[in-house]
Design a protein around this ligand. Structure first.
Ligand code: UDP
Length: 237
């Protein structure tokens, strides 16, 4: 398979065509942005770490019956994935109050939620990804009823799997964001699962091991991402 023309460049990844219309080539970048692009920077090795971390998560989720776009790793910072039509909805799952939810509901960061919270955001940079519900998504035709239901069902399943998987590695999965797409009529998981898109806290010290280190200028950002990769690969299941 060969790397063809670049078809898209996002904040964290570049996407290239391949000889196969069903397959795209993803290159993870070291660029980091936060607060809807207002804060910009570079995290050394981030592309490589997020590529490898995402591959571990995708393979593990596939093995547990979750359909994903992942095909295979090409090298440290590139992977092949199925060419999906991305659904313009960001799906956030939360187990513990943090970030925008803590703010919106007036909860102290770290407050456990009695049950997981599912949220949808309209994937639209110009609008700053506003919070929406099912009614909004259907009314502006960015997803169908069936797609919304499928994304919710998969998000809850993925949350259960990931909470358990990370707990075995002494990491609390606070919250995370997923993106889904349609491939040959089926809703499958796309994008990435990495410290850029999840909040990971060390179970014992509660140390943040994710992009909040960059957002909040906490230092040791690359080390935190490396620690996540190390813990993912140190244990087999
Ligand atoms: N998130 C993301 N991309 C976004 C917004 C949020 O990956 O554009 C992730 C974020 O890393 C966190 C979860 O979604 O794990 C919930 O984020 P929140 O709504 O608290 O927003 P933030 O505090 O990042 O503004």
């Amino acid at each position: 398979m060969e790397k063809g023309k670049q078809i898209y460049e996002g904040k964290a990844k570049r996407i290239y065509a391949t000889g196969d219309a069903d397959v795209v080539w993803v290159e993870y970048k070291d660029d980091a942005t936060a607060f809807n692009g207002l804060k910009k920077g570079t995290i050394n090795n981030k592309g490589s770490l997020n590529n490898r971390i995402s591959a571990v998560f995708f393979e593990m989720l596939e093995s547990k019956g979750i359909p994903t776009h992942f095909i295979k790793l090409i090298n440290d910072r590139e992977m092949l994935v199925k060419h999906i039509d991305i659904i313009m909805v960001e799906v956030v799952m939360r187990n513990i109050a943090a970030g925008s939810l803590a703010k919106r509901l007036g909860l102290e960061e770290g407050t456990p939620l009695s049950r997981p919270v599912l949220e949808f955001y309209y994937k639209n940079d110009e609008l700053g990804d506003p919070l929406i519900n099912d009614y909004h998504a259907l009314a502006i035709n960015i997803a169908t009823r069936e797609q919304m239901d499928k994304m919710a069902e998969l998000a809850f399943k993925i949350n259960e799997i990931l909470v358990d998987y990370m707990d075995k590695r002494d990491i609390i999965l606070v919250d995370f964001k997923l993106e889904f797409g349609v491939f040959k009529g089926e809703v499958i998981l796309g994008d990435e699962i990495s410290p850029d898109t999840c909040r990971f806290w060390d179970k014992h010290t509660k140390e943040k091991l994710d992009k909040d280190r960059f957002r909040r200028d906490l230092g040791n950002v690359e080390e935190a991402y490396e620690e996540i990769y190390k813990r993912l690969t140190a244990t087999a299941n």
